[in-house]
Design a protein around this ligand. Structure first.
Ligand code: NDP
Length: 505
């Protein structure tokens, strides 16, 4: 088995306890790697290393262009190591290689370059308050910040968050998800050859309840970016009260993908299938897991969706023909299986799918021990069912009919979440009306799941707070400061701005 080590203060080390967690290949169910099972003592080491690097290194004092250039070399290194990184990612969490190798890693490199550019463009504003006063704002790094990562997309989240934190001048501590840590620890090797001071990037592998909780409650950590479930997000908010930590929370979703009768139904069916099934077996925060279809075309649309689902090859994530790989880990596999039972028992109709590894993989196959679920659709007219309300985080969608636009808006917004939504219609006016009325951080019209780092991304309602991406992405990693400078001849006394007795010189 391969072993991956923590990365603290520029050194690779085992956990102080010398305990290990076993990482399982989800396509076979076989253990393939070990990662450190760290605890709060390792977190202390990482916070100390990050604090030292933030205070003593030149990172936040070098010219912005220099910092940007050093970050761009990280992008070059990501590209140069794409093969190894994507192999480890696919082995560890089962995301098909055609996605990790040819989409996610190249995308990460491009995003790093975008963020590096932003570090050259950190601007404040000057305010014309009084003629004897120069007032301006400036942005400063927070200091030591932390990133807690989920298992569904470890490397893209790692590179995006770490680069943004560094571009803003911070030192960063990363906690990967215990079931998908190996690729992130592998990625730390890239920093060995870069001109980024040791201790600015630290990765502590371990469990959420120990390492994650120690980071969230640590008084030396000023900011946390958390991507994961809404439930864990709530827990982190509670731990973060220790020093009134600044939080960026990117949480769960149960996103509606809405198909009107006037839509191009083939495009909509392809978009709905890609929105929930491929490539990552529905393990995407923005998955279009509730497919709302206008009654007039409901049966026809469901039939077309079934055709798309039938054509998806479920299997070995290293096979280029595979459209959908395994579920990323055993506990998520069990959770999805239990939702298949929930759907059946609460009376949703199983329209297609529902088979898992035992029915999908022949006994002789090495994939027989893996965690496979085929594309599955439940249909129901009750948006109140658990399968229509809870985030399943797997290739399981529920289709719900609606009568008219008002009805579609009502059902779409009838959820605690507000991450994403899709609308399929040929009616331009309706498209604009819908984008305004849907409660979601991102709305797609006649497409689904399109993402780009130049567009802000963040959840509404219980899907999170704060904004990643976009031209102001670095602000999430900085504190704003206001400066009042007396440039008049006479020092005015401290006084409210509106005080008319204050002389103007
Ligand atoms: P979890 O919330 O279970 O875990 C996310 C991370 O938090 C893991 O690293 C986990 O560690 C850690 N963690 C768990 N408990 C604690 C704790 N008490 N204190 C601090 N950290 C803790 O989510 P999943 O990994 O299951 O990821 C799936 C979820 O992520 C889905 O809800 C999905 O929608 C959401 N997500 C949201 C995205 C967005 O941008 N909005 C993007 C991607 C996913 P460990 O695993 O080691 O226990």
């Amino acid at each position: 088995m391969e072993r991956f080590l923590n990365y603290i203060g520029g050194e690779r080390r085992a956990a102080r306890s010398e305990q290990w967690l076993v990482s399982v290949d989800p396509s076979t169910g076989e253990p393939w790697a070990e990662v450190p099972d760290s605890d709060s003592t390792d977190v202390e080491d990482a916070v100390a290393a990050a604090s030292r690097a933030f205070a003593e290194s030149d990172w936040r004092r070098i010219p912005a262009a220099e910092r940007a250039a050093r970050l761009r070399s990280l992008a070059d290194s990501v590209e140069a190591n794409a093969e190894r990184l994507s192999d480890v990612e696919t082995r560890d969490n089962g995301r098909p290689l055609r996605e990790t190798r040819f989409s996610q890693i190249p995308g990460a490199a491009m995003q790093i370059r975008y963020l590096a550019g932003l570090s050259e463009d950190i601007t404040g504003s000057t305010l014309n308050i009084r003629p004897d006063t120069m007032a301006y704002t400036m942005w400063e790094p927070v200091g030591v910040v932390a990133v807690i990562i989920p298992w569904n997309g470890p490397l893209p989240v790692f590179f995006a968050k770490v680069t943004a934190a560094l571009a803003a001048g911070n030192a960063v501590i990363v906690k990967p998800a215990q079931q998908a840590t190996a690729s992130i620890l592998e990625a730390t090797k890239l920093f060995d050859d870069l001109d980024i001071p040791a201790g600015l990037v630290n990765v502590v592998s371990g469990r959420g309840a120990s390492v994650g909780d120690a980071i969230a409650g640590h008084p030396g950590v000023g900011k946390i970016s958390f991507t994961g479930s809404t439930e864990t997000g709530r827990r982190i908010m509670q731990s973060a009260t220790v020093n009134i930590k600044n939080l960026l929370l990117e949480l769960g979703g149960k996103s509606p993908n809405i198909v009107f009768a006037d839509a191009d139904l083939d495009a909509a069916a392809a978009g709905a299938a890609a929105g929930i099934f491929t490539p990552n077996a529905g393990q995407a925060c923005v998955a279009g897991s509730r497919i709302l279809v206008e009654s007039a075309v409901y049966d026809e649309f469901v039939a077309r969706l079934a055709k798309h689902a039938e054509n998806i090859v479920v299997g070995d994530p290293f096979d280029p023909d595979t459209g959908m790989g395994p579920i990323a880990n055993g506990s998520q596999y069990e959770s999805i299986r239990s939702y298949l039972d929930v759907g059946r028992s609460e009376g949703a109709a199983l329209e297609f799918g529902g088979r898992v590894t035992e029915q999908l993989m022949p006994e002789s196959s090495r994939l027989r021990g893996g965690y496979f679920v085929e594309p599955t659709l439940f249909t129901t007219d009750r948006n109140s069912l658990r399968v229509a309300r809870e985030e399943i985080f797997g290739p399981v969608a529920v289709a719900v009919p609606f009568q008219h636009e008002e009805d579609a808006v009502r059902i779409a917004n009838d959820t605690e979440y507000g991450l994403a939504a899709g609308v399929w219609t040929e009616d331009l006016r309706r498209a604009h009306r819908m984008t305004r009325r849907l409660q979601a951080g991102v709305v797609w019209v006649n497409t689904y799941k399109a993402m780009h780092w130049a567009l802000p991304f963040g959840g509404h309602k219980h899907s999170g707070n704060g904004t990643a991406g976009g031209p102001t992405a670095l602000h999430e990693w900085m504190n704003q400061k206001s400066v009042w400078m007396n440039v008049g001849e006479q020092l005015p006394p401290a006084a409210p701005v509106g005080d008319s007795r204050l002389p103007i010189k």
